[in-house]
Design a protein around this ligand. Structure first.
Ligand SMILES: Cc1ncc(COP(=O)(O)O)c(C=O)c1O
Length: 359
């Protein structure tokens, strides 16, 4: 069995050391020392001024929308995980879909202005598969129209643009630290901003609005995370370079093995510090995709249609997004995780090429 993804588990003793501390202190949650330590280490690792560890990447998006006080319409991408859109709706706003770029699969900046109306309050774009959005163009458009910018960076841990963390862009960036992500805390996520006022607002929102025990700074939610989750993150951090390097090697090897396969890949060759979060392949036609998925499944190999259906096609709000429609029907992600072996990669490639050659 080769799953499409497998969480990285650090050596048991490394996690046990954090568990021992939790037992000694008897402090399990509510902004404990491990949560603080994790926030510090992540800020250092990513070279960021501000970061808050939260319960998951979905709450991170909701906190971001709430902290910026967004209303009305939010321009967003149809090519992302469902949480990007549902967070907008959950916060009482309306998603307005703008199509994606053919090569990067991120929001097409040329189409944003036509989607802006007097009701638009923000742009929420995803660095899908860890591929950065055109952050400078998006910021220019947002500035020209007085819009806020949120980036869903659930896939983008460690990626850089112009020598800076991708999370420095926009008013707020979010990340997911779900078990299947490159860096994980079992469940978890983060909100990041350069603005101390927005940070403060999100810190209140994360903790029910508490301002001390007896005072409240507005309405909040429970977006906190626990010492156990923070401990896992701390135990994973020392392995980040190794995890990334392994994925990079696997990425390059897949491309070599799949040379004869009639597929294309999202454009990642020019990216700075790309994180190899996924290995998506885009088929020319849906029939070949389905046959490949079927044969992989018959041989106990996982593959996933990330992201199908496109989010403009699942009844939230329509939008005409032909590029995203076409890509989402034709893309699958192949197994990619730290312990995937070359032998297993060769098996995946052999099966895919066999399907194509039998057509
Ligand atoms: C693009 C994107 N946004 C948001 C999320 C939600 O993150 P979480 O599962 O941590 O809530 C995910 C989860 O995989 C995602 O892929």
């Amino acid at each position: 069995m080769i799953p499409v993804t497998k969480p990285f588990l650090p050596p048991r003793e490394a996690y046990n050391r954090y568990l021992d501390g939790i037992w000694e202190r008897n402090w399990l949650t509510n902004n404990g020392p491990l949560v603080n330590e994790l926030e510090l280490q992540l800020k250092e690792h990513l070279n960021l001024d501000h970061l808050l560890f939260v319960s998951n990447g979905t709450i991170a998006l909701q906190l971001a929308i709430k902290a910026l006080g967004l209303r009305g319409e939010i321009i967003t991408t149809p090519f992302s995980y469902v949480a990007t859109t549902t967070s907008i709706i959950w916060e009482g706003c309306k998603p307005v879909f703008v199509d994606i770029l053919e090569d990067r699969l991120t929001m097409d900046p040329d189409l944003i202005e036509a989607a802006i109306t007097p009701d638009t309050s923000a742009i929420l774009a995803t660095h899908v598969y860890g591929i950065p959005c055109e952050v400078e163009r998006i910021q220019q458009i947002a500035d020209a129209h007085g819009l806020k910018v949120i980036y869903d960076g659930a896939h983008a841990f460690g990626v850089q643009v112009n020598g800076k963390s991708i999370f420095e862009y926009g008013d707020i960036s979010t990340c997911s630290f779900h078990a299947t992500k490159l860096f994980h805390t079992i469940e978890g996520g983060a909100v990041m901003t350069k603005c101390p006022e927005i940070l403060k607002k999100m810190a209140y929102l994360r903790n029910f609005g508490h301002d001390g025990f007896e005072k409240f700074n507005g309405i909040g939610i429970n977006g906190k995370n626990s010492e156990f989750h923070a401990g896992m993150g701390l135990a994973v951090i020392p392995y980040l370079d190794e995890i990334r390097k392994k994925r990079q090697n696997q990425f390059v090897y897949y491309k070599e093995l799949l040379k004869g396969l009639q597929v294309r890949y999202p454009e990642t060759s020019q990216l700075e510090n790309y994180n190899y979060a996924y290995f998506p392949i885009i088929f020319n036609d849906v029939i070949l995709l389905k046959k490949c998925m079927h044969l992989l499944e018959e041989n106990g190999i996982g593959s996933r249609r990330y992201f199908y259906p496109a989010l403009n096609n699942i009844g939230f709000n329509e939008g005409i997004c032909p590029v995203s429609d076409r890509i989402s029907e034709r893309v699958i992600c192949l197994p990619l995780y730290h312990s995937l072996t070359k032998e297993e990669q060769r098996m995946v490639a052999r099966l895919l090429l066999r399907v194509q050659n039998n057509l």
